[in-house]
Unconditional design. Structure first.
Length: 513
């Protein structure tokens, strides 16, 4: 991908394919993000040989340009907010602020912030990570991988242009991730727009950042840049449309209160760029003038040039269609797998890793001839994704944070399900002790048989509340069972009691009989 920092070498000359010890491996994996890394490591752990091919840096988008740098950057402001919202700590800071004539709410120190981010992204160098995975028994090659035949892969070296071919005995796994989806807007292409890569690898704070799109990337980056001193304008159709509307509304309100200009309902129709300025022309003729523009309008599968379509896979831009073992079912003989963002099932790192484990286990089980038996004997086999994948969990690191899993009320209703929805504010002792005037909100969706099918938590430090609900959904627990699971006092988990009691109160006397 282009448009990144020129001082970062995204195509290192180390580990060329020409230096590979072998030309045949049990499994060849293309793409070294969380999905490809996890697949190849598990294949090696299972006693099979694996080659991992990476066109840029082993570690992928997640490690260098997405989850890790964004969360490393967002954490500093959260930490300051935590300190300033607790009596005792806050007063001390106020005293020190008076003494030294500095703001009572300390600002993030930018040098420290960039240094923290650079440390977490390993300074955009993958040598140590590659050495670690070599130690775990996985071979690697830097270069662009593409299918060249049945179970065959070509690796093109970025520097020499040389091509090496390798073969897989059992399977080829593609894990090439996703790339930003850039809308066709007059002037945008030549506007030196930022993608998430520029936003998370920045070394200075733009004076005025315009952000297009308010999904997870747009809202997290609006939160971050507002906190570290940019004027931010967020142009979107709606705020976080994939979560429940109440959560989106809370983020819209908090961004507005923090000083972010949120513009909803207008289209960006034209972008004019000069050296210092970027002008965003909106559909009502109004103009927003900024210094950078970040495009955060979604992702598309990264399969250009992979030759996937030659083998019966999807065409460019489409997501790879896979079965529940992540096998590209349209390809005869089941030798091709697609894991992670590329299959579009859910674009998140934990899901990429889950899918990678399923794919690797399936390849090994098929090679050993045990796949069919394991799948038919044990529903909880580790070879196929479960329907409880409905409980896919996501945490969004806005302020307040949002954590959600399962179905929203709208999704459940659209499926024709009869549901009960309870919403509560998080005002129990645990939350109040966590921070003064803690503002939190939680919602459960329960089906007509009493099973928990959806959960959302919104609040500061709320992301870690989710996992218990995810487990309850996957484990098919009823709200009656959950009622008996008492959270320790005083913790933020007490919201589980509040939710249980809200369900209890909502059930009519007739239903109780
Ligand atoms: C700003 C941002 C923040 C995010 N934050 C979170 C978060 O907090 N939590 C979360 O769960 N998810 C988050 N995500 C999503 C997460 O980054 C992805 O879901 C995850 O990276 C997917 O992993 P993957 O292995 O499928 O793909 P990737 O991480 O994209 O890795 C794919 C790799 O394949 C390589 N590749 C591509 N084509 C070829 C080829 N032909 N040959 C060889 N190599 C190739 C690429 O160079 C890349 O290294 C975030 C995304 C963004 C953009
Ligand atoms: N914390 C996390 O887990 C996290 C953080 C960031 C990203 N991610 C993942 O990365 C993926 C990509 O995130 P994203 O935010 O780029 O995509 P997204 O699909 O979540 O959001 C993009 C938003 O842009 C809007 N949009 C599209 N075209 C537009 C236009 N022309 N004008 C205005 N708005 C427009 C869409 O309606 C959508 O709401 C997501 O699927 C998410 O799962 C996860």
């Amino acid at each position: 991908m282009s448009l990144t920092r020129p001082d970062i070498d995204i195509h290192p000359k180390t580990f060329p394919a020409s230096a590979l010890k072998a030309r045949t491996y049990d499994v060849v994996v293309i793409g070294g993000g969380p999905a490809g890394l996890t697949t190849s490591l598990r294949i090696a752990q299972g006693g099979f040989t694996a080659l991992l091919i990476e066109s840029e840096l082993v570690g992928g988008e997640c490690l260098y340009w997405a989850c890790v740098p964004s969360k490393a950057l967002l954490r500093a402001s959260e930490a300051i907010q935590n300190v300033t919202s607790v009596g005792g700590a806050r007063e001390k800071l106020e005293l020190l602020a008076k003494k030294y004539g500095v703001p009572a709410r300390p600002e993030v120190d930018l040098d420290g912030l960039w240094a923290r981010r650079d440390m977490f992204v390993r300074r955009w160098q993958d040598d140590s990570l590659v050495n670690e995975i070599h130690g775990a028994g996985v071979d690697t090659a830097h270069g662009f991988g593409r299918l060249s035949g049945v179970r065959k892969v070509e690796i093109k070296d970025w520097h020499s242009g040389n091509v090496e071919e390798v073969e897989a005995r059992h399977a080829v796994v593609i894990a090439t991730g996703s790339a930003p989806l850039i809308p066709q807007i007059d002037g945008l292409e030549n506007s030196k727009y930022w993608t998430a890569r520029e936003a998370v690898s920045a070394q200075k704070v733009p004076e005025h950042l315009i952000i297009l799109g308010a999904g997870a990337v747009g809202t997290e980056m609006a939160t971050l840049y507002n906190q570290i001193g940019s004027k931010v304008t967020l142009i979107a159709h709606s705020i976080l449309p994939k979560v429940v509307p109440q959560a989106g509304n809370m983020i819209q309100e908090s961004l507005g209160k923090a000083g972010v200009d949120v513009i909803l309902g207008l289209e960006l129709v034209k972008v004019n760029r000069t050296d210092a300025m970027v002008e965003a022309v909106l559909s009502d003729g109004s103009v927003v003038k900024g210094t950078e523009i970040l495009v955060a309008t979604g992702r598309k599968a990264q399969i250009t040039g992979m030759m996937l379509e030659q083998f019966g896979g999807p065409i460019d831009g489409g997501w790879a269609k896979v079965d529940d073992s992540m096998c590209v079912s349209s390809v005869p003989e089941g030798w091709l797998y697609a894991v992670g963002d590329l299959n579009g099932r859910a674009l998140m790192t934990h899901i990429a890793k889950y899918q990678a484990k399923l794919a690797a286990n399936s390849i090994i089980a098929k090679a050993k001839g045990t796949y069919q038996r394991e799948v038919s004997l044990n529903f909880w086999n580790k070879l196929t994704a479960k329907p409880t994948g409905l409980a896919i969990a996501q945490s969004i690191f806005t302020d307040p944070q949002i954590a959600a899993c399962g179905l929203t009320p709208e999704q459940a209703t659209a499926r024709g399900m009869k549901i009960r929805v309870v919403s509560v504010s998080m005002s129990d002792p645990g939350s109040m002790l966590h921070a003064e005037n803690y503002q939190g909100w939680a919602q459960w969706v329960v089906d007509d048989a009493g099973y928990l099918i959806g959960a959302t938590f919104v609040g500061r430090d709320a992301v870690d509340l989710l996992q218990a609900s995810t487990m309850a959904i996957v484990g098919k627990m009823t709200v009656e069972q959950i009622w008996h699971v008492t959270p320790p006092f005083p913790t933020m988990s007490e919201v589980y009691t509040t939710l249980s009691e809200a369900v209890e109160a909502a059930v009519s006397d007739v239903e109780k009989l």
